[in-house]
Design a protein around this ligand. Structure first.
Ligand SMILES: [Mg+2]
Length: 394
């Protein structure tokens, strides 16, 4: 089939706040083929910056936009997805945002190819012999503003049937050691003795491995499953120093990886136990799958990072569905009305509480066009009185 349109969409809720909640807006890409099929993907990145990578006029031979690279191309095989990925990166060699921006299109191409070949994406990735293993979803939420609010939130999560939850960002690391410990204690009390409690420090200790180590020791009695992102995304040096101190809880990180090479750096040099990859940031399903393969080689556990809609949850689960020992799935349970209604149905939990990668062709979820229309923020870009981008019709 031939690619006949590449359509970016900027959607957002009416009022965007300062909360570390990436579901308030989104960048979607629809790719259509000449046989009438279409695929959809979502980036977890600044939507308008991404949009520029799809429509900026050619600057020179190393700055050619993504749309131009894809239009008219053929897409019939897994090799074509890899070829187009390489072409887009080569043409956009000097576009720093190209990986983030292309993530949505790469995901859309996998969705489209799966529909054409009648196969779920996980089988295209791992071959006809692959088996999709169910994943244990952990509810992913922000810490409450206070320990009391966090305890209440944890109770609600438990009442909703989750036995695993991650609490992150918000007040963690901002109001002193006692408050940090009180937050984690509240999460444990609210979720119960048996639940899996995960803590996301939200990069709050910068490069300060001494404080991170101290908190890891403080949190260990609450039997947390991991301490996530104690440092800034590029602080591989701090991760390595923390690993050398041998903290009493596993360390997780990697969601900031904006390209394959960043994730490789985590796997080779950071000493993390869990590598967390956002397919919507690293450049799509293709590089996320490469990272998963390297994680398998290195004995590090691969986990998705997903704090978007169920379009992104679906894209994420296909990447590691075929690996039995990678059991945990980040599963956003809250989020804006936009994120919650972006797919016609969520990627739901089974009667056993587990989440399964769909067997349907492509990603196996359907974008709700009414939601796209409702939250669409129409964009028109003019340059020297010439329109270089006009929002397509959803
Ligand atoms: Mg995180």
């Amino acid at each position: 089939m031939r690619i006949v349109s590449v359509d970016p969409f900027y959607v957002k809720v009416p009022q965007v706040s300062h909360a570390a909640d990436g579901t308030q807006d989104s960048f979607l890409v629809r790719v259509r083929a000449d046989n009438g099929l279409e695929g959809w993907g979502e980036s977890d990145a600044s939507p308008l910056v991404c949009l520029a990578a799809y429509c900026c006029p050619m600057s020179h031979g190393n700055i050619i936009n993504i749309t131009e690279s894809l239009l008219g191309e053929t897409l019939d095989s897994v090799a074509d997805v890899a070829r187009l990925h390489a072409k887009v990166l080569r043409n956009g060699l000097d576009i720093q945002q190209v990986h983030h921006a292309y993530a949505a299109a790469d995901i859309a191409l996998w969705d489209l190819l799966g529909k054409q070949l009648g196969q779920p994406v996980w089988r295209l990735l791992d071959g006809p012999q692959a088996v999709a293993h169910p994943k244990r979803p952990y509810a992913s939420v922000l810490f409450g503003d206070t320990p009391e609010a966090t305890r209440e939130h944890a109770r609600e999560i438990r009442a909703a049937g989750f036995d695993a939850a991650k609490f992150g960002w918000g007040p963690m690391g901002k109001f002193g050691r006692e408050n940090d410990v009180a937050l984690v204690r509240a999460a444990r009390e609210g979720l119960g003795e048996e639940g899996l409690v995960l803590v996301d420090a939200g990069v709050v200790w910068g490069r300060d491995d001494a404080t991170a180590y101290e908190r890891a020791c403080d949190f260990a009695p609450f039997r947390i499953g991991w301490l996530e992102e104690p440092f800034l995304g590029d602080a591989i040096d701090a991760y390595a120093r923390l690993a050398a101190r041998k903290p009493p809880v596993p360390i997780a990180g990697g969601e900031a990886s904006g390209c394959y090479r960043n994730a490789e750096d985590y796997l080779l040099n950071a000493g993390v136990s869990f590598i967390q990859i956002d397919a919507g940031r690293i450049g799509g399903i293709s590089p996320a799958h490469r990272v998963r393969k390297l994680a398998e080689e290195r004995g590090v556990t691969y986990v998705n990072h997903t704090f978007k809609s169920h379009l992104s949850v679906a894209a994420s689960i296909h990447v590691f569905a075929a690996v039995d020992r990678f059991r945990l799935l980040e599963y956003p349970t809250a989020g804006s009305p936009l994120a919650q209604a972006l797919t016609e149905r969520p990627l739901g939990r089974g009667a056993d509480g587990l989440v399964r990668a769909p067997d349907a062709p492509g990603l196996g979820v359907t974008v709700n066009l009414d939601t796209v229309k409702k939250y669409l923020h129409p964009v028109k870009i003019e340059l020297a009185a010439r329109t270089i981008f006009r929002q397509p019709v959803p």
